[in-house]
Design a protein around this ligand. Sequence first.
Ligand SMILES: *Cc1c(COP(=O)(O)O)cnc(C)c1O
Length: 389
Amino acid sequence: MSKNKFETDAIRTQLERSQFQEHTTPMYLTSSFVFEDAEEMRASFTEEKDRNIYSRFSNPNTTEFVDKVIQMEEAEDGYAFATGMAAVFSTFAALLSSGDHIVSARSVFGSTHTLFTKYFPKWNIETSYFDINNPAEIEALIQPSTKILYAESPTNPSVDIIDLELLGDIAKKHNLLLVIDNCFATPYIQQPIKFGADLVIHSATKLMDGQGRVLGGVVVGKSDLVREIYLFSRNTGPALSPFNAWVLSKSLETLAVRVDKHCENALKIAEFLENHSAVSKVKYPFLKSHPQFKIAKKQMKLGGNIIAIEVKGGLEAGKKFLNAIKMCSLSANLGDTRTIVTHPASTTHSKLSNEEQLAAGITPGLVRVSVGLEHVSDVIQDIDQALTS
Ligand SMILES: *Cc1c(COP(=O)(O)O)cnc(C)c1O
């Protein structure tokens, strides 16, 4: 579908100009659209005519944003959501029925895990989990009722990698839908459809916006599946706002240059930390020491902006590190221009028992760094002084 290179389509894909001949796309903050006559209205509602009706269904700004993501992922169709979680929930809710079964990696985004454990069972949809580092477990979990195979790569917060081609082969062999949350990689680094994914989900809140401003989500993939998700969403109402779509479409214009720099900085910081005496382990996909370095190199163009480190001294050392940070932000977001450090064991995951933490890949000294776009030497200096303080 894409006719130019990634960067060019990200910039040059735009709506037709209005009567004002604007250079960049204006905002269409309108809840609804008008019709010439009864016949046009009838044709629009029966979908004989493809046009905007109401911004819960579609809006020009949303269309522009989605069109860019479709091109970036080399997908057939897509739909945009108010948040990444709305995209995740609507995908499952649209495609599954009571009695269906999901096979998912255990280490998925926290709220996605909560959907699987707390909400889907209410509708008789059960999930079985495999260890992201042991894909040989997957086939034994598949039941006659299994419909969806689900994973993220790289994972949060432990930056594990799973072989997408292997997942694609398993999904094909067992006639499952392969759904990949590609948020950590972005389509600039990794395109899961090439490895057999049927649908790709993004939290656009992260690197797609990349500047910590808006929430958004998007699903792209096979058109018959996207159609089901669209019809479900058109009636249930999780649509992305036109304003956020306008922001996100602008953000995508700079996705490639931003992600290039994020990854360049992240690799330098990972290399620095690998030789640091206060750090016992560094996990970054493009370090040779990463257990799945070869798979990462096969399916990713760059290593991403997330680094997982293990500080020596466990829980107390992790807490001390966080408290000694001066410039970097302590925040729940990631994929921002600002470098963000988190210590899951003492913050986001502190309510879990030690066993539960370990099952989620969270060791006591695990620190996650979401590398931003500040000058890399300033970030290294801040992390170094916090580690040695
Ligand atoms: C943040 C995130 C989500 C949820 O996205 P929101 O926009 O916060 O709703 C889903 N998956 C992954 C991997 C994420 O990092």
